[in-house]
Design a protein around this ligand. Structure first.
Ligand code: GLC
Length: 723
């Protein structure tokens, strides 16, 4: 689309102060087009004369092109300058055709797959009127108690950054005014995932060194990929809530990283500065947020109510406001809204795209490739020449598998496991027995008897278990991350009568599954797979698809291990005894080992991948040199498959403690039955850098190791020295 030449500076010069401030306020769609004289914000937090709405700058939480156009037409007719609104939504893992949650997307280790899903979402959402999505969420997370791990790609900074940047590129394309593209907003800046005790919105106290090494890189990757907006996080960071945190928002984001786009608060996060106790009232909250560089205030109106007085009192200047307003108007111009306020939105186009067979195929394939085969004693894949299969558990015919942030996606659009298996194997008798609930407080076992009876007479059994989809996501933190309710007891009774059985899991976080792991012959984790979940499950269980996902967030043995993550330092007293033995005077637990049940990078396949060799072309790396690494992998099976070849590094001695392993590269490869392939990586000095005690980003000469193999036990290791 031709670049707009609309003169936003000339427009700005015609606007009154109140009109300018209005461009810095974002409200829910429900407030537009009201006929009452006054509107009231959530929980009576604020009131506003309805006519003032026609000064506001942007909208969130609307539904579909028709509503968007109605609001836009009404607004532009009543806004004195005819300035278009910009419409924003959370298109996190799909708009209407839903793909797996980001925690599963990361498990694919396939940025191209993530881009394909994102491109699909961009087309649907843009046609439905969305012009910016509050995506990617790249909060670094180590604590499975936190409900929003569902939205992250887990515990590795590099993987998080790669997947976040892939989403930015795929949503934005080359030109956000293109009708198939959306602008993006990276969130939640910063370190929201570091919430103390894994409790959402809780305090975050993290050293600058840890911030820079683990929590900040993924946001930076998205900014380098060109994201148009940044959303500060709700949490206080080292004592100051992000939206008012000058070090974070000005020193790091603006000065150090050079971000000159728009900053938008999270939902009422400016108002919450009063709750945090760092603002006495909304006027002070407005002042602090403005000083923190926040341009748009989402769902609070402190700017609208108090900026005129703050200017009058000389606390802020109108030039500061002009600068923010100009950024917002420039953003609308870049979207092409002054020429096309609809940004190409079209109900019929949206209806043709949403849930189309092509889009369903994309999300089904994604669900297959994001699934992680956690355990398999050989029972999978099931044989297709069975007569009867029993689907037992709360997810047997349950369509609540789209995940917490599913935008306009609906449960009723989702394919259940029962649907999927009936479609794949129309001649097989499918018995469905839910047996129990997936809800924490529902302990009724009256369904066990019928479930066990079904299991006894079935040729194969699928235990369809997991987490109620509202137990993960925003505001949903848990103190126990085991199977909820009586699901484990149901599994025990069913597994006792039929061992040709596999578990299929639906979950939004890593779960603690020690007992299930001991008793189940196989466990296939789908996370929340989205619209085509049931078809993906059927194809995976019966071998029409071969699992290839890898864990991106460690599955603890017990919630007491949280936070637990693979890239941890050694400590001065590492545990040396066997995992299940307590070791006094060592860093260990009584009653539980230190290791996760399933570590980062773990994931099985129906193929058998053998890591035959790891070779370095030199054992000495000069500062300006490189090491060429070759890893040879053989598919020693008769089943073609995909393997994520992972390259890990360890810095054996440094001026700050270093992780026992750090992922520095990965490549997903296809291997035909019996095929051998060699994957190459280059290791260079910048890949070895870390933040020292003074936050200098440096590498230090010394000995390093390079490792690869199955994540559970990196089989091949070589050493080299950095000179
Ligand atoms: C929510 C979330 C944020 C989302 C915003 C708008 O509270 O924290 O991720 O983008 O509000 O829905």
């Amino acid at each position: 689309m031709a670049k707009s030449n609309f003169d936003v500076k000339e427009l700005l010069s015609k606007m009154t102060l109140q009109e300018k401030i209005g461009q810095l306020i974002q409200l829910n769609a429900v407030f537009f087009g009201q006929t009452t004289a006054e509107i009231t914000g959530p929980a009576e937090r604020w009131k506003l004369a309805t006519k003032e709405v026609y000064n506001m700058g942007s909208v969130l939480n609307f539904h579909g092109a028709e509503e968007m156009k109605r609001i836009q037409d009404d607004y532009m007719a009543k806004n004195r300058h005819g300035i278009p609104l910009v419409f924003m939504m959370d298109v996190i893992h799909g708009y209407k055709t839903i793909f797996p949650i980001p925690l599963a997307l990361g498990a694919s280790f396939d940025p191209e797959l993530v881009k394909e899903c994102t491109r699909m979402a961009a087309k649907e959402a843009s046609a439905a009127g969305v012009q910016l999505t509050f995506t990617p969420m790249v909060d670094y997370a180590r604590d499975a108690r936190w409900g929003r791990v569902l939205e992250t790609c887990g515990e590795d900074p590099m993987l998080n950054g790669i997947m976040g940047a892939a989403q930015v590129e795929a949503f934005q394309g080359d030109d956000i005014s293109d009708h198939n593209n959306l602008a993006t907003c990276v969130k939640h800046f910063a370190a929201y995932g570091g919430a103390e005790a894994g409790r959402d919105y809780n305090t975050v106290e993290i050293s600058e060194r840890l911030l820079r090494e683990y929590y900040l890189p993924a946001y930076k990757a998205c900014i380098d990929a060109g994201t148009k907006m940044v959303m500060p996080s709700f949490n206080s960071l080292n004592g100051v809530p992000s939206v008012a945190n000058k070090w974070l928002m000005n020193d790091v984001l603006r000065k150090e990283w050079g971000f000159d786009g728009v900053v938008i608060s999270d939902y009422n996060a400016v108002g919450e500065l009063v709750k945090h106790g760092i603002a006495a009232d909304m006027k002070e909250a407005a002042k602090l947020a403005l000083e923190g560089g926040c341009d748009i205030e989402m769902m609070s109106i402190s700017y609208y109510e108090h900026i005129p007085a703050l200017i009058e009192e000389g606390i802020i200047t109108e030039e500061q406001i002009d600068a923010s307003v100009l950024k917002v108007l420039e953003f609308k111009k870049e979207l092409g809204l002054f020429e096309d306020p609809y940004h190409g939105a079209d109900e019929e186009k949206a209806a043709a795209l949403c849930l189309s067979p092509e889009h369903r195929e994309i999300v089904r394939r994604a669900a297959e490739q994001c699934a992680v085969l956690l355990k398999n004693n050989g029972v999978l894949p099931f044989s297709k020449d069975i007569k009867t299969i029993a689907l037992i558990g709360p997810f047997a015919d349950n369509n609540q598998i789209r995940g917490f942030w599913a935008c306009d996606g609906k449960d009723e659009d989702c394919v259940t496991i029962a649907d999927g298996i009936k479609a794949l194997l129309p001649d097989v008798k499918v018995i469905v027995e839910r047996g129990c609930s997936e809800k924490i407080d529902e302990l009724d076992k009256s369904g066990f008897k019928a479930a066990v009876k079904a299991a006894k007479k079935a040729d194969a059994v699928v235990l369809c278990l997991g987490e109620f989809q509202k137990y993960a996501g925003e505001g949903n933190s848990r103190i126990d991350i085991g199977l909820t309710g009586v699901q484990q007891e149901l599994a025990n009774e069913v597994l006792a009568v039929n061992d040709n059985a596999s578990v299929v899991l639906f979950n939004g976080r890593p779960l603690a599954l020690v007992e299930l792991d001991e008793k189940a012959p196989a466990i296939l984790d789908m996370f929340f797979p989205g619209t085509e979940g049931g078809n993906a499950v059927a194809r995976l269980l019966f071998g029409d698809a071969n699992p290839c996902g890898k864990v991106t967030m460690s599955f603890p043995k017990a919630v007491g291990q949280c936070p637990i993550y693979y890239n941890h330092p050694m400590t001065g007293r590492p545990k040396t005894k066997p995992e299940n033995e307590h070791q006094g005077y060592a860093s260990s637990y009584i009653g539980c080992g230190n290791l996760p049940l399933y570590p980062f990078g773990h994931g099985l396949s129906y193929s058998n991948f053998v890591y035959e060799s790891l070779e370095l072309d030199t054992d000495t790396l000069m500062a300006d040199g490189e090491i060429n690494v070759k890893i040879t992998v053989k598919n020693d099976s008769n089943v073609a498959g995909k393997e994520v070849v992972q390259l890990y590094m360890r810095d054996l001695v440094a001026s700050t403690v270093r992780p026992i392993q750090s992922l520095i590269g990965f490549e997903k490869i296809d291997l035909a039955a019996g095929e051998t392939k060699t994957v190459t990586f280059k290791v260079t000095e910048p890949m070895l850098r870390f933040y020292d005690a003074n936050c200098n980003f440096i590498s230090e000469p010394g000995e390093f190791t390079i490792s690869t193999g199955h994540a559970d036990n990196l089989l091949l290791t070589k050493s080299f020295v950095l000179k």
